[in-house]
Design a protein around this ligand. Sequence first.
Ligand SMILES: *Cc1c(COP(=O)(O)O)cnc(C)c1O
Length: 407
Amino acid sequence: MINRTIALAKYKGTFEQPDIFGYYGTFGGAYIPEMLHPNVEELKNNYLKIMYEEGFQKAFRDLLKDYVGRPSPLYYAARLSEKHGAKIFLKREDLNHTGAHKINNTIGQILLAQKLGKHRIIAETGAGQHGVATATVCALMNMQCVVYMGEKDIERQAPNVARMKMLGATVIPATSGSKTLKDATNEAIRDWINNPTDTHYIIGSVVGPHPYPDMVARFQSIISEEIRWQLKVHTGSEVPTHLVACVGGGSNAAGTFYHYLEDFTVQLVAVEAAGCGVQSGRSAATTQLGKPGVLHGSKSLVMQTEDGQVVEPHSISAGLDYPGIGPLHAHLFESGRGTFLSATDAEALESAFELTRLEGIIPALESAHALAGLNQLKLTAKDTVVVCLSGRGDKDMSTYMAAMEKT
Ligand SMILES: *Cc1c(COP(=O)(O)O)cnc(C)c1O
């Protein structure tokens, strides 16, 4: 712990916000086509001013409380604690309206879009979770909503497609490439280029060109803002020994870590999806397999071939099935501030069943990766661990049922 504090001293101040060009260490920036400059510049020049205006904060906080249901509980998981021999708390983002942390960000961005005078919202989605969270706030605010989704994902995620349509969104299939998330993202970017004045693009994670990673991290930072006071009520101290979260693009992890980034005594544990195994060729463990590269507007770690072609990732959980990672996380990895672990599909399934039987909580498959990470930490009775339970398992029931049939 003391060693970590000394080793990290030179990075002080580089985690909570990027530099003026949008870099966390060597990662970030805004690598965008010329034609997107006006949109991204407008956002960059206004987001902080708008976000920290009193009226905005009040509207944001009121909706988080009365619409999302915040603060989400910090639950002391007694039986899980007993199993691991440490005090383990679950941050219950699964209890939010729409079932995950994503709504924190979409509420923030739709309020921002209103302030910027936008009337039309676009978004990309993989499994449909971010699409549903976006369609939800568009219904709430009476905004036109267009969601781009890979053709293959539309087939695989029928219930979420139905939800988006019921909420009034138009779902447009992305038919190029692998017909999945990265292709949907490309289509959304194309749409934004063609509709520069009336449209806001709601990105669903701490990825994309500056200022998105910083903006999304700030909206999600409500998670650690609450953890600090809730943990104090439970234990008398605001500061745990470990914070654990799964990482797809990295937004629930960024929110969980945010107000502890500069508390170097706290071990920040990010758990990626190893898929069938890191070296199996079917994985999404970006920090283990990725190299520096540009994906969707920022420089970060990207899973790619020798000649820079993006490698198709694999994870049992659609929310972690992404070949990149947000620039903040690439910096946490490179600097050593973060501890990056990975859990396989099988380990995540096992942890999902374990939590269900120990605590009566069915987690999202993504969150089950964070839980699986606990098995790799050498915990002792002195440790206080907060795990971000990023979402609930309703959407994963068909996968869980298939797993039960096999055993
Ligand atoms: C989308 C999603 C994730 C992954 O996204 P991050 O940006 O890495 O947080 C994790 N958990 C759940 C429940 C999700 O829906």
